[in-house]
Design a binder for this molecule. Structure first.
Ligand code: 7RM
Length: 634
C-alpha cells in the first residue's frame, strides 16, 4: 500500500500536524512519489497580497508521463477507462492503460500535425466519450492548455470562452446523446465559430452519425486524422508552474472567469486527495458521475484516478433515463466500489421511490461520496440507507473549481461522520472562519465565512488574461486570506459544515451560476427593461432561479413573454441557467443610491414575507407590497 495513504484517525492527526509544522517537507515528500524530469529547486514561494504562488519551482515534468507512461510497467493491461454509453442497449468500451496511452500519443500527433505547440489553448466541447479524456491528456502531453466547455452550454457561451483565451483549435463532435435527447453539437459550434477569429482548425469526433457540414480546410474528422497518426509521441517537458488547463467558472460579477491550474501542484494535489478521501485500493472500480466539463470531472474522473492507476468509469448518460434505475444498473454491472455523485442526483432519484434501488444488489459498493452543494439530512439518510445499506461511509467533499481538489472532507472509513458536515480539512489545508469585518473567529462553535490562510498545491494561480481580477475576487475581501464565498460553521467538535454561498452566486443542481450573468441574458430580450435574479430553496435542485423582471409597458401577453425570456436565457447561456420562475414586476426595491436590495427579493422568493427587515432606506417602499402581492407560489 502507498505510504501516503492515511490509515487511521491517528495517522490523519499525525499527517495534519506535520503538514502544518513543515508544509514544504510534507508536500515535497509526497511529490517525490512522482516521475519528474528534474526535481524542483524550491517547494513553495507565496504571497497572498500580490497573489503569487509557486509550488515546486524549477521542477520539470509532464503529467501524462505520470498518468500513462508510468502505469505501463505494472498495469498496462488493466482497464484505465471503462465507458458506459447513454443507451443501455449499446455496448460499452474499455481502454486499458496501454490502449489509452496509444490513443493519447496518436491524438497528440494529430494536434501537432495541426500546428499546435506548447502554450497554445485548445477548446474542448465534447460529450462524455473516452475521446474527451483522450483530448485532455493529448493536450497535456504536448504542453497545450486545455479549456473544456461543458457540452450543455450555448453557442454564445462557447464563443465567449474561446475568445477570452484565444483558442486556436476546437475539439468537438457531430452530436451528443443525453437521455432521450440528441444535441447537434457541431451546429452549435459552427454558430459560435462565426465569431471566433482565433480558431484555425476543428477536429470532429463522430458520435451520432448525423449529417453535419464540414468546412473544408478548417474541419477535420477525428477518425480520419487518427488513421494516419503515429503512435509514438514523446511528452513535452513542462515546468511545474506551466499552465495545465483553464476552466471557466461563474462568480458574483461579470462574465465567467478562466480559472488557471498549473502542472506540478495540481498533479500532486489531485492524486493525494483522490487516494485519501476515497481510500482507494488497487484494482477497485471507481465511478464519479460528474461531467468532465466541470472541475469534478477534471480532477476526479481524469487526473486523480489515472495518477493513482485506478479504473475510472465514464458514463455518458443521465440518472433518470431510460429509467431512474440507470445508476444502480451501472453499479451492479461493473461492480462499482466507489461511487461519487451530487446531492441533486440523490434527491431526484429519491423522489422516484426506493423500489428502483431495491432491485439491485450493489454489494460491491464500499465508499459513497457527494460534491457540489450542501447535502440535506433527508438525502444523506436515503443515500446511506438505500444505496450504502448502512455499511458505506459517505464522504461529503467540499471544494471549488479554484481549489483544484478536495479541501474539507471525511476520509472514508476513518473520519467520524456527521450528516451535512464536510467534517475536517485534509492535511495541508488550513481553514479559518472570519466575520463580515474580517475578524478571525477562533475556537469552536462559531459561524462565519470560510477562508484559507495558507496555500495548498492545487490552488488556482490566476484567472486567464486578468490577474488583477483574480487578486480582487479571492484575495482582497480579507487581507492575506483566500476568500471562498461560502458561509461555514465550525461546531463544538471542530467539524466544518458549509452552508452555501454568501455572495451573488447561486448553485442550481450543483452548477455554479452568477446572478449577474443570468440578468444580463434576460436583459437581452427587447421587451425587458431591467431584471433581478435570486435563488430560492428547491426540493431537487438545491436552489432554483427566481427572476423579477421589469418589462416595457407595451409588452403583450405575460405568458408568452415569460416563455420568450426563458428561451433567451437558454440561447445565451444554456438550459442550466433557465429561470424556474419569472415574475413581471412594475419596479424593483432599490435604495436611494440605486442598489437593488436583494435581501428583500430573496425573502419574497423564499415565501418568508413576514419579516422583510428594514425597508425604510428604499426609494419607494411601496414597491415591496406590490411585488409581494404578485409573488409566484412554488
Ligand atoms: C467541486 C465544485 C463550488 C461551490 C462551493 C460551494 C458548493 C461544493 C460542497 C459545496 C456544500 C459541499 N466546484 N459546494 N461542494 N457546498 N458542501 N460538499 O462543486 O466551483 O463548481 O462549485 O459549490 O458553494 O463554493 S464549483
Amino acid at each position: 500500500m502507498n505510504k501516503f495513504r492515511i490509515g487511521s484517525m491517528e495517522d490523519y492527526e499525525k499527517a495534519y500536524k506535520s503538514s502544518i509544522d513543515d508544509p514544504e517537507g510534507f508536500w515535497s515528500a509526497i511529490a517525490k512519489n512522482f516521475l519528474w524530469d528534474k526535481e524542483w529547486d524550491k517547494v513553495l514561494e507565496w504571497d497572498f497580497d500580490k497573489f503569487d504562488v509557486k509550488w515546486f519551482k524549477g521542477g520539470k515534468l509532464n503529467i501524462t508521463a505520470n498518468c500513462l507512461d508510468r502505469n505501463l510497467k505494472d498495469r498496462a493491461e488493466q482497464i484505465a477507462i471503462q465507458w458506459e454509453p447513454n443507451d443501455p442497449v449499446q455496448v460499452g468500451r474499455t481502454l486499458t492503460y496501454r490502449q489509452l496511452f496509444i490513443e493519447v500519443c496518436k491524438f497528440s500527433n494529430v494536434l501537432k500535425s495541426l500546428g499546435v505547440t506548447k502554450g497554445d489553448r485548445i477548446c474542448i466541447y465534447m460529450p462524455m466519450v473516452p475521446e474527451l479524456a483522450i483530448s485532455l491528456l493529448a493536450c497535456a502531453r504536448i504542453g497545450a492548455i486545455h479549456s473544456v466547455v461543458f457540452a450543455g452550454f450555448s453557442s454564445n457561451s462557447l464563443r465567449d470562452r474561446i475568445n477570452d483565451s484565444e483558442c486556436s483549435v476546437l475539439l468537438t463532435s457531430d452530436g451528443s446523446f443525453r437521455g432521450d435527447k440528441k444535441i447537434d453539437l457541431k451546429s452549435i459550434a459552427d454558430e459560435a465559430l462565426e465569431e471566433c477569429p482565433t480558431i484555425r482548425n476543428t477536429v470532429v469526433f463522430k458520435r451520432t452519425g448525423d449529417h453535419v457540414t464540414m468546412q473544408s480546410g478548417r474541419d477535420h474528422w477525428w477518425h480520419e486524422l487518427m488513421q494516419a497518426a503515429d503512435s509514438k509521441c514523446d511528452y513535452e517537458i513542462m515546468d511545474a508552474e506551466d499552465m495545465l488547463f483553464i476552466l471557466y467558472t461563474s462568480g458574483s460579477t461579470g462574465k465567467p472567469k478562466g480559472v488557471v491550474h498549473t502542472t506540478g501542484g495540481y498533479m500532486v494535489f489531485s492524486w493525494y486527495t483522490f487516494l485519501n478521501v476515497f481510500q482507494y485500493n488497487e484494482r477497485e472500480m471507481y465511478w464519479c458521475t460528474a461531467d468532465i466539463g466541470w472541475i469534478t470531472g477534471h480532477s476526479y474522473i481524469v487526473y486523480g484516478p489515472l495518477l493513482a492507476g485506478a479504473t475510472t468509469l465514464m458514463f455518458e448518460g443521465v440518472p433518470t433515463w431510460p429509467t431512474p434505475e440507470r445508476f444502480w444498473q451501472v453499479v451492479e454491472k461493473y461492480k462499482v466500489n466507489i461511487f461519487y455523485t451530487a446531492p441533486t442526483a440523490i434527491r431526484a432519484l429519491e423522489a422516484y421511490g426506493v423500489d428502483h434501488v431495491k432491485k439491485y444488489k450493489m454489494d460491491s459498493l464500499r465508499v459513497l461520496g457527494t460534491v457540489g452543494e450542501p447535502i440535506n439530512k433527508e438525502a444523506w439518510d436515503w443515500y446511506n440507507v438505500h444505496v450504502g445499506k448502512e455499511r458505506c461511509p459517505i464522504v461529503d467533499t467540499w471544494w471549488q473549481t479554484e481549489t483544484g481538489g478536495i479541501m474539507i472532507s471525511p476520509l472514508a472509513g476513518i473520519t467520524p461522520l456527521k450528516p451535512g458536515y464536510a467534517t475536517l480539512p485534509l492535511p495541508g489545508i488550513r481553514p479559518v472562519l472570519v466575520d463580515n469585518d474580517g475578524k478571525l473567529l477562533e475556537g469552536n462553535n462559531v459561524d462565519g465565512i470560510l477562508c484559507f490562510d495558507f496555500p495548498w498545491p492545487g490552488i488556482l494561480r490566476t484567472t486567464f488574461g486578468d490577474h488583477e481580477r483574480c487578486r480582487n475576487t479571492y484575495f482582497s475581501t480579507y487581507k492575506n486570506l483566500y476568500f471562498t464565498g461560502d458561509g461555514c460553521k465550525r461546531d463544538e467538535d471542530g467539524f466544518y459544515r458549509i452552508s452555501g454561498r454568501v455572495d451573488d452566486v447561486i448553485n442550481v443542481s450543483g452548477h455554479r451560476l452568477g446572478t449577474a450573468e443570468i440578468e444580463n441574458a434576460i436583459n437581452e430580450h427587447p421587451m425587458v427593461v431591467e431584471s433581478a435574479v435570486v435563488g430560492y430553496q428547491h426540493p431537487i435542485k438545491g436552489q432554483g432561479i427566481y427572476a423579477y423582471v421589469i418589462c416595457d409597458s407595451k409588452h403583450g401577453n405575460d405568458e408568452s413573454l415569460i416563455s420568450e425570456i426563458k428561451a433567451v436565457v437558454n440561447r445565451i447561456i444554456g438550459p442550466i441557467a433557465k429561470p424556474d420562475i419569472i415574475q413581471i414586476v412594475p419596479g424593483l426595491p432599490k435604495t436611494r443610491s440605486g442598489k437593488i436590495m436583494r435581501r428583500i427579493l430573496r425573502k419574497i422568493a423564499g415565501n418568508e414575507t413576514d419579516n422583510l427587515g428594514d425597508t425604510s432606506t428604499l426609494l419607494d417602499p411601496s414597491i415591496v407590497e406590490t411585488i409581494k402581492a404578485g409573488a409566484i407560489n412554488k
